[in-house]
Design a protein around this ligand. Structure first.
Ligand SMILES: Nc1nc2c(ncn2[C@@H]2O[C@H](COP(=O)(O)OP(=O)(O)O)[C@@H](O)[C@H]2O)c(=O)[nH]1
Ligand SMILES: [Mg+2]
Length: 381
């Protein structure tokens, strides 16, 4: 194995990594779990991950957890699997804070985590860490469209393949957003998942409302060994195709105005306009996510389905003259088309609301072929 940094820890640090497709609720859930851990007197660190800089989640997690003293590190320009050495560098920074628990959110298009990340960590840093059960979160609507084929999706088969591989390597599959379901529907989806992915622990939670979260946390802290289900087989060409069908856009925009404007209205208008343009292009959304920050306060907006309305939250910012606006979009479109639509829609909404928008940084691309430096496909205790 190539690099080996020495990591010093007083006692083994619990690693709670939660994966799952774009928009499944990883950030919401991990932040909620972090708060619960802190309430129990534990020290927590957090690592986010994206294919590019300007990740909305990092800003939101920092905002949510900074007051609680949680260090938040970020691995960018590739998933944890492909950026293993960078991941370890950031883990090391967090270890300086002496955490009991380190939480990590792999990018939502990532799979083969156990072979490419967990196993190499277990082998190289055996004494430093203990993996909690590796949880994969799922959104009910994606279960219906990508596993059960009950609802229409414009994602191609390869995306369903990637989604299935994520579930296959889970120790625990967490059906999230049960606040949107009847109990009957939640049980039906759990039974269908259980039928297809045997031997997994199944959980039903609402990361937003807290239902089921304590039960999940008990399991994460139970000492049940985690990250044990290594994928025996995975077709990297299909995995790469699934990632490459997504146009991936991260942008940082400076907003200024002469008259006060409402951040919620600005983001809702932009999200709605983008959704309608994507719909017209059959550009299925993985995730559309905004955060607008001004004077240390943030408001966010989210959209994970073409049929949904934008979800807005955070601190109320309704009288602004300036702000920093971050856009993350993962959409099934060619990157150049995605970029054109985003630039065009941003111009239109800015004009309508008499806000000047100046793009400071914009990256738009399709994720590169995944090439993890380490792959260990044999089970590691
Ligand atoms: N209704 C509902 N929405 C949720 C829940 N958890 C997350 N969300 C929403 O789902 C969207 C994606 O959540 P996020 O945590 O960013 O997902 P990630 O992309 O997997 O990190 C956001 O709009 C969240 O507010 C939940 O339990 N119930
Ligand atoms: Mg996230």
């Amino acid at each position: 194995m190539s690099t080996r940094r020495k990591l010093s820890v007083k006692k083994p640090v619990k690693l709670i990594f939660s994966g799952g497709f774009l928009g499944s609720g990883k950030t919401t859930a991990l932040a909620a779990l972090a708060k619960r851990l802190i309430e129990r007197g534990m020290r927590v660190g957090f690592i986010t991950n994206d294919q590019s800089e300007n990740l909305v989640d990092t800003i939101i997690v920092r905002q949510m957890l900074a007051d609680l003293g949680v260090p938040v590190e970020e691995v960018v320009k590739g998933c944890f699997c492909c950026k293993f050495d960078e991941l370890i560098e950031h883990v090391e920074k967090i270890l300086a804070y002496n955490p009991d628990v380190l939480m990590g959110e792999p990018v939502g298009s990532c799979t083969d985590f156990v072979a490419a990340v967990a196993n190499p960590i277990k082998i190289q840093y055996r004494d430093a860490f203990r993996f909690a059960p590796f949880s994969i979160m799922v959104d009910p609507e994606r279960v219906r469209s990508l596993i059960l084929n009950e609802t229409q999706t414009d994602f191609p088969e390869d995306v369903a393949y990637l989604f299935g591989k994520q579930l296959e390597e889970a120790d625990t599959i967490v059906l999230n957003k049960v606040d949107l379901l009847t109990e009957k529907e939640s049980n039906r989806l759990l039974a269908a998942i259980g039928d297809r992915y045997r031997g997994k622990k199944l959980m039903a939670v609402s990361a937003r409302e807290g239902t089921g979260m304590d039960k999940w946390l008990e399991d994460l802290l139970s000492g049940r060994p985690g990250a044990n289900t290594v994928l025996r087989q995975i077709d990297y060409d299909r995995y790469a195709t699934a990632e490459a069908v997504l146009g991936w856009l991260n942008a940082a925009v400076k907003l200024t105005a002469d008259e006060l404007f409402d951040a919620g209205q600005f983001m809702t208008s932009l999200a709605t306009r983008l959704r309608d343009r994507f719909k017209a292009e059959k550009g299925e959304i993985g995730h559309l996510k905004f955060v607008l920050t001004s004077a240390g306060k943030s408001m966010w907006a989210n959209l994970t389905h073409l049929a949904a309305e934008p979800d807005v939250g955070g601190e109320k910012l309704d009288k602004l003259l300036r702000g920093t606006f971050i856009i993350n979009a993962r959409v099934r479109l060619e990157p150049e088309d995605l970029e054109t639509i985003v630039r065009d829609s941003l111009d239109k909404v800015s004009n309508e609301m008499e806000v000047q928008s100046e793009i400071d940084d914009l990256q738009c691309f399709s994720p590169a072929y995944p090439e993890p430096p380490h792959i260990i496909r044999e089970p590691v205790e």
